[in-house]
Design a protein around this ligand. Structure first.
Ligand code: T1G
Length: 697
C-alpha cells in the first residue's frame, strides 16, 4: 500500500482512507493505493469496502500538476473501472468537495453517502479539459443526459441535497465520513445488498446534442471544452459503455493538447500564485475589524458593500447627512442583489445596513477605525485635503488607503506624517462584484501594511495583485495603450463596430468601444483632457472623434447614446452612425486615406499593443511577474479566460513573431510603437514570459 491510501479491515468491511493533502488530489500514489487496496480487500475476504478522504475533502480531482507530463499508471479510468468491477460492495463516503476525478471515483462505487455540507461537480471544462475517467459515461446513466450535460458543461458545483435528489447520492448523514461510510456499508451488507455497477445501467435517453453543442460553443465565446464535453455525453447515449469510454478518452486527449487547456490551467494556478509575495513571508498583517470608507458614491458604496458582506463593521463618511443617507441607499441596493441570490436574508440585510454600517459626517468618527479607504473625487488636491485630515484624526497604526485609479500614491502619502501607513487599494467598479484588487505599494508603504492589503483582499474574496506606482498602475496603464491602438486603427480605416466585433470573436465579452459606452465616455474624455494638459509626446496621434460625442452630451449607455445607440428598455445596441462622420473629420484633418483592416489584423495589432505595454510594466517592476499582469486583465478587464491572459497568450503565439509584428508597426509609427526591452531580451534569449513566472514564484 502507498502512504497516500491507508488500508484497514474492520470485521467484514475494508476501509480505504485517501490521505494526500491539501485536497486529496488523485496523484499517482493515490491511484496506486486505491488499486492495491481493492485487491487487498478481496484477498482478505471482505464483504464491502468504504472509500473516503482524510482531512478536508473527498478527492477534489486528478492532480492538475501532472497535466502536461507523461501520464503514469495506473490511469484514473482504470482505477474507477477496477473499483466498479469488484465483486465486493463499494461505498463512497463523501465530504468536502468531490470534484472531477473525485466524483468519478465515487461513481465507480456501488453506493454513495455524503454529509449534508458536501458538494460535487465535474469542473474539468473550467480548466480546458473534460471528465476523462468515466464521468461523461456514468453520470448520464445515473441522472439522465440533460442533468448530466448541465453539470458537465457548466462545471458547476452541486450541493448535497440537489445531488441526493438527482440520484448522485443515495443518502445524506451528519458525521465523519469514515463513520457514516462504515455504518452504511454494514447496513447494506446486512440487507444483502448487491453491487450495482453504473456501467450496467441502460443508455440514457438522448437530447438534441447538436443544438446543445452549438448553443454551448456560442455561449463560451470560443471556449472549446464545454461543447466538446457534450459530445462525451452523446457517446453515453449512443454507444455501448466501453466504446463510450474510448470516445471519452479520445475527446479528453484532444482537449488536453489545446492551447486553451494551457491557458486555463495557467489562470487556475495564477489566481492562487498572484497573492503569494515572497517579500511578505512571515509578515503579519494588522488586525482589521472596523473600516471607514470616505465618499459614498458608486465606488465608495461598492467598497462599503464588499466590506459589510465580509463581516467588517463600516463607518461611511460623507459631506452631509443627505449624502450619507444616499450612500446607505446605494449600499442597500447593492445588497439587494445578494438578497435575491440568497446569499443573505432580510434579517442579515437589516443588520448590515443598520447596525454594521454607521454613517458619519465628521472626521472625529474615524478616530478609532483600523483602516480608512478613501474613495472621493479623482483630484489630487481633494485627496490631499482628505489625507491631511485623516493624519490628524486617525489612531496610530490605522492604515490609510486610497482607491485612486491612477493618481500618484507617493504624493498622497507625502501629504501625511505617516507615509508608511499609506497604500493604494484600487477596486474595480462595481467594487462588490469585480474580483480584481490592485494593491498599490508606494515607496514608503510598510510591509505589514502591504500584508494587510492582501489580507483584506482575501477577506473580501478578491484576486489581489501587487502594483507599483505609475499612471494607471497595471491595468489602466495597459488599457490606455491598447485602447489607443484601437483608436489608431480607426483613424487608419477600421470602424469601432468592426473592432468590437473582432475582439468579441476573440473572446472578450465586450469590445473596447462597447466597454467605453458602459463605463461612460466622460471618463475617457477627462483622461484625454488631462493628458493634453500634461502635454502629449511630439507627433502623437490625438483623435477627437470620441470628444465630439461627449461634447454633444453622448456619454454612452447612461445617456442612451455613445458609440452605439441604446433603445430604452432593450438590452440591444445599434451602431451610432454619427460617430463615423466625426471619424471622417479626424482622418481629413490628419490627411489620412483610410484602408481596409481584416479582423485578424485588428486582433493582432490590439494584442501586440497590450503585450508590448504589459512587457514594459513587468520590465519596470510595476507588476512583479507576467502572471500578475495576466490575472489583472482576466479579473479586471474581461480578458477571455480561455486565452489565459495577454502574456500567456503571447507565449502560446510565440514571442519572436509578435516582436516582428511590433517592429513592423514601429516602422510605420515610431511614436506609438516602441518594442519593450523585456520582450526583446526574452526573444534574444529564447525565453518565455512563463520562464519569468517560474523564476519568481
Ligand atoms: N490538483 C492539484 N492541486 C490542487 C487541485 C488539483 N486538482 N485542487 C486544488 N489544488 C491545490 C491548489 O492549487 C492549492 O495549492 C491548494 O490545493 C488549495 O486549493 C480525470 C482530469 C478544491 C474547490 O478542477 O476547485 O479531475 O496554492 O486554494 O479555495 O476527469 O482547489 O496551497 O499550493 O483552491 O478551498 C478537476 C480544482 C481536476 C478542482 C478548493 N478538479 N480545485 O478550493 O483551496 S481535472 C478541479 C478547486 C480531473 C478527471 C479530470 C479548489 C477547491 P496551494 P485552493 P480552496
Amino acid at each position: 500500500m502507498t502512504d497516500a491510501v491507508h488500508y484497514e479491515k474492520l470485521g467484514d468491511i475494508a476501509v480505504l482512507a485517501i490521505d494526500n493533502p491539501p485536497v486529496n488530489a488523485l496523484g499517482q500514489a493515490v491511484r496506486q493505493g486505491l488499486k492495491e487496496g481493492m485487491s487487498q480487500a478481496e484477498a482478505d475476504g471482505a464483504k464491502a469496502v468504504v472509500i473516503y478522504g482524510e482531512g478536508r475533502s473527498f478527492p477534489a480531482g486528478a492532480d492538475i500538476r501532472e497535466f502536461g507530463k507523461p501520464p503514469m499508471e495506473p490511469h484514473l479510468p482504470d482505477v474507477c473501472a477496477r473499483i466498479e468491477a469488484s465483486p465486493l460492495l463499494v461505498v463512497a463516503a463523501v465530504h468536502g468537495t468531490a470534484l472531477g476525478g473525485g466524483l468519478e471515483v465515487a461513481l465507480g462505487a456501488d453506493y454513495r453517502i455524503a454529509v449534508p455540507a458536501a458538494r460535487v461537480g465535474l469542473p474539468e471544462v473550467l480548466i480546458g479539459v473534460m471528465p476523462g475517467a468515466g464521468g461523461t459515461q456514468r453520470l448520464p446513466r445515473l441522472i439522465g443526459a440533460e442533468s448530466a450535460v448541465d453539470i458537465i458543461a457548466s462545471g458547476r458545483q452541486v450541493g448535497a441535497q440537489e445531488a441526493l435528489e438527482l440520484g448522485i447520492f443515495d443518502r445524506l448523514e451528519e458525521g465523519a465520513p469514515r463513520e457514516i461510510g462504515l455504518a452504511y456499508a454494514s447496513e447494506l451488507v446486512e440487507q444483502g445488498a448487491a453491487p450495482r455497477p453504473i456501467r450496467e445501467m441502460p443508455n440514457p435517453v438522448p437530447i438534441d446534442f447538436d443544438a446543445a453543442y452549438e448553443a454551448t460553443l456560442k455561449k463560451g465565446r470560443g471556449q472549446l471544452s464545454p461543447a466538446v464535453a457534450i459530445r462525451g455525453v452523446q457517446a453515453a447515449c449512443e454507444l455501448p459503455f466501453d466504446d463510450g469510454m474510448k470516445r471519452e478518452r479520445d475527446l479528453f486527449w484532444e482537449l488536453m493538447e489545446t492551447d486553451q487547456r494551457q491557458a486555463l490551467i495557467h489562470a487556475f494556478f495564477g489566481e492562487r500564485a498572484v497573492s503569494k509575495l515572497p517579500e511578505l513571508e512571515g509578515v503579519a498583517p494588522r488586525e482589521i475589524a472596523h473600516v471607514a470608507v470616505i465618499g459614498g458614491g458608486t465606488m465608495g458604496a461598492g467598497i462599503a458593500t464588499a466590506a459589510l458582506l465580509s463581516g467588517l463593521d463600516v463607518t461611511l463618511l460623507e459631506m452631509n447627512a443627505e449624502a450619507a443617507e444616499a450612500a446607505r441607499e446605494r449600499i442597500t441596493s447593492n445588497l439587494s442583489g445578494a438578497l435575491k441570490r440568497g446569499k443573505i436574508d432580510e434579517a442579515k440585510l437589516a443588520h448590515l445596513t443598520e447596525t454594521a454600517l454607521t454613517l458619519a459626517t465628521d472626521y472625529d468618527a474615524l478616530a478609532q477605525v483600523d483602516m480608512v479607504i478613501e474613495a472621493v473625487f479623482e483630484d489630487m488636491s481633494v485627496k490631499k485635503q482628505v489625507f491631511e485630515k485623516l493624519d490628524a484624526t486617525c489612531k496610530a497604526g490605522a492604515i490609510l488607503a486610497t482607491n485612486t485609479s491612477y493618481l500618484d500614491v507617493n504624493e498622497i502619502a507625502a501629504s501625511t506624517s505617516r507615509p508608511e501607513d499609506v497604500i493604494g487599494l484600487h477596486f474595480f467598479s462595481p467594487a462588490h462584484v469585480m474580483k480584481l484588487l490592485e494593491v498599490v505599494v508606494a515607496d514608503k508603504t510598510a510591509p505589514d501594511v502591504v500584508a494587510t492589503g492582501f489580507a483584506l483582499g482575501k477577506r473580501l474574496g478578491k484576486v489581489s495583485v501587487r502594483a507599483g506606482v505609475c499612471d494607471g498602475f497595471i491595468g489602466n496603464r495597459i488599457l490606455a495603450v491598447y485602447r489607443a491602438a484601437a483608436d489608431n486603427m480607426i483613424l487608419d480605416g477600421a470602424s469601432p463596430f468592426q473592432i468590437d466585433a473582432a475582439l468579441e470573436d476573440f473572446g472578450f465579452a465586450m469590445g473596447p468601444f462597447a466597454v467605453a459606452d458602459l463605463a461612460g465616455l466622460d471618463i475617457g474624455w477627462a483622461v484625454r483632457k488631462r493628458k493634453r494638459e500634461e502635454g502629449l509626446p511630439a507627433n502623437a496621434r490625438d483623435p477627437h472623434f470620441a470628444d465630439r460625442l461627449c461634447e454633444a452630451g453622448h456619454f454612452g449607455q447612461k445617456t442612451g447614446k455613445g458609440f452605439y445607440v441604446y433603445e430604452k428598455g432593450s438590452r440591444g445596441r445599434k451602431p451610432n452612425e454619427e460617430v463615423l462622420e466625426h471619424i471622417a473629420a479626424d482622418r481629413e484633418a490628419m490627411g489620412i486615406t483610410p484602408r481596409e483592416f481584416s479582423d485578424e489584423e485588428i486582433v493582432r495589432r490590439y494584442m501586440a499593443a497590450m503585450v508590448n505595454e504589459a512587457a514594459m510594466v513587468v520590465g519596470e517592476g510595476i507588476a512583479r511577474r507576467p502572471l500578475d499582469v495576466d490575472m489583472t486583465l482576466l479579473y479586471g478587464y474581461g480578458f477571455p479566460r480561455h486565452q489565459g491572459g495577454p502574456l500567456k497568450w503571447a507565449d502560446l503565439q510565440g514571442l519572436s513573431g509578435l516582436l516582428d509584428d511590433i517592429k513592423h508597426y514601429a516602422a510605420e509609427d515610431p511614436v506609438f510603437w516602441k518594442p519593450a526591452p523585456l520582450l526583446e531580451e526574452l526573444v534574444a534569449e529564447g525565453r518565455t514570459f512563463d520562464d519569468l513566472n517560474k523564476e519568481e514564484t
